[in-house]
Design a protein around this ligand. Structure first.
Ligand code: 4AD
Ligand code: MG
Length: 456
């Protein structure tokens, strides 16, 4: 039986025989009896196992060490302690005894220590909560898009196009690098795909091709960026959700982002009440209230120009001076979200700091891009209305020195039944940071990939 089943059916199971498989999370032996804090991971809550000297193999209780896998037979009884129910054990069989040098003992470990032991950290309450929330958030996202008529589209992982044009693609090759080093020249015609290819930095361009067939599509998949920055919000491998919507402009896009985000937050709160309560207590005080407030709030919408004005007029001493026409720094994002006290959409960005595919505004200076900034996380979502005019798109690509011929399948979308369309990319791990209160992105993905780290 799974613990989840026992909790869900506790009323009917009281005084009945139960049997369980799982792990010892803590063990407090007394002289004639003892308590085991027991978990099988099927729900966030643990079950308490009590035994006394009538236990069939009572002499072995000293071997019931933290981390051991055990099989328990006993009776579910009403508890007089903190919990409603517990199991009075008749027999406890050790499946595999865990030595006392098991790193995850029943005490508080630092997040750094747990990061170094990432292959075991899912056995702690904190990471049980984080990864349950992660799983639920993914399900909530699929549910939102599914219920709203979107087609789930799988963008290719290996691609020849660098969507963001930032030169951050990991190369994919079967060429023998040692041989090339000796010969001194690379012939990509001889590479596996007959050309230079890499891991995708975004599935957007391919998603656009399907949006112009299905109207509404979304991706949800891994994304790779050889970004050599060691920050708390960047990794080389992360998951992104990228909806693309035909006949939708920049303002329609903001409506969708806001509705989707509120839906997912609510979905997680409804389905992970125990986890959120735990995270509120041990990770971010006020987490629950923060999430509840956001669901009921109206997200602020300001232009990039207004943001720079606010930053300039503030009396804040910034390390980087905010400038019209330039990107904003982390400290500016922080100031702006605190200034407005919640999520902020910043739209109409200077065109020179944004990607080639964004809708060129009539002012000739800005593009129809929108970033959603969240307190404590910074940029959660980046999106835009797409340039749907063939000539404008091609001339921008040429200006940026891009090879238009290679991208014929993308520009041709503007020739074969083009339409106003928009889309965004939501960084899944940054969402999990916001939902759990975890401050380092390395702690919301099972195995993180950052410069110099590919452990586990
Ligand atoms: O702003 P970005 O680069 O936008 C795009 O890739 C567009 N093609 C999306 C689209 O319109 N379909 O990335 C989108 C989001 C960011 O807002 C951020 O949340 C996340 O992806 N992100 C990262 N998350 C973790 N580590 C990194 N290195 C990330 N880079 C971006
Ligand atoms: Mg961005």
């Amino acid at each position: 039986m799974e613990i989840k089943y026992i909790f869900d059916n506790a009323k009917d199971l009281v005084d009945k025989e139960v049997n369980l498989n799982g792990w010892i999370r803590n063990h407090r032996p007394q002289k004639e009896f003892g308590f085991i804090d027991f978990s099988d991971g099927t729900c966030f809550k643990h079950l308490q196992i009590v035994y006394d000297n009538t236990l069939i193999n009572f002499l072995d209780v000293s071997k019931l060490l933290v981390g051991s896998s055990i099989s328990v037979e006993g009776t579910l009884v009403k508890s007089s302690g903190n919990q409603e129910h517990e199991v009075k054990a008749k027999s406890i069989t050790i499946l595999d005894s865990c030595p006392s040098d098991f790193p995850i003992q029943a005490k508080r470990h630092t997040k750094e220590f747990l990061r170094e032991n990432a292959y075991l950290r899912a056995r702690t309450n904190m990471f049980q909560a984080v990864f349950r929330v992660r799983s639920l958030a993914a399900q909530g996202i699929h549910k939102y898009f599914g219920d709203n008529g979107y087609i789930y589209f799988n963008a290719p992982i290996i691609t020849a196009s660098d969507c963001e044009g930032a030169g951050e693609m990991f190369q994919v090759t079967t060429l023998d690098l040692d041989k090339i080093a000796r010969s001194g020249k690379v012939d990509y015609d001889k590479d596996f795909f007959g050309k230079l290819t890499g891991l995708t930095v975004s599935g957007q361009l391919e998603a656009e091709t399907y949006a112009l067939a299905f109207s509404k599509v979304y991706t949800f998949g891994p994304t790779f960026r050889a970004e050599n920055s060691n920050t708390k919000t960047h990794m080389a491998e992360f998951w992104m959700i990228e909806p693309e919507i035909a006949f939708c402009d920049l303002f329609g896009l903001m409506d969708i982002e806001e509705e989707m985000l509120k839906y997912v937050i609510k979905y997680v709160m409804d389905n992970a009440a125990d986890e959120i309560e735990f995270l509120d207590k041990f990770v971010e005080n006020g987490l629950k209230e923060k999430l509840e407030k956001v669901v009921d709030s109206h997200f602020t919408r300001v232009t990039h120009e207004e943001v720079i004005k606010i930053l300039k007029e503030s009396n804040e001493k910034f390390e980087f001076t905010p400038e019209y026409g330039e990107d904003i720094a982390k400290e500016h994002e922080k100031y702006i979200t605190e200034h407005f006290g919640g999520p902020v959409f910043i739209y109409n960005w200077p065109k020179d700091i944004k990607a080639f595919y964004m809708k060129q505004n009539d002012d000739g200076k800005t593009v129809g891009a929108v970033d959603l900034e969240l307190p404590g996380v910074g940029e959660l979502i980046g999106g835009s209305q797409r340039e749907e005019n063939y000539d404008k798109l091609v001339s921008r690509m040429k200006e940026l020195g891009m090879n238009v011929d290679d991208m014929y399948w993308y520009v041709n979308l503007r020739k074969y039944g083009s339409c106003v369309h928009s889309g965004f990319g939501l960084g899944f791990e940054r969402l999990i940071m916001y939902l759990t209160g975890m401050e380092n992105i390395r702690d919301v993905i099972p195995y993180y990939r950052t410069p110099g780290n590919c452990e586990f």
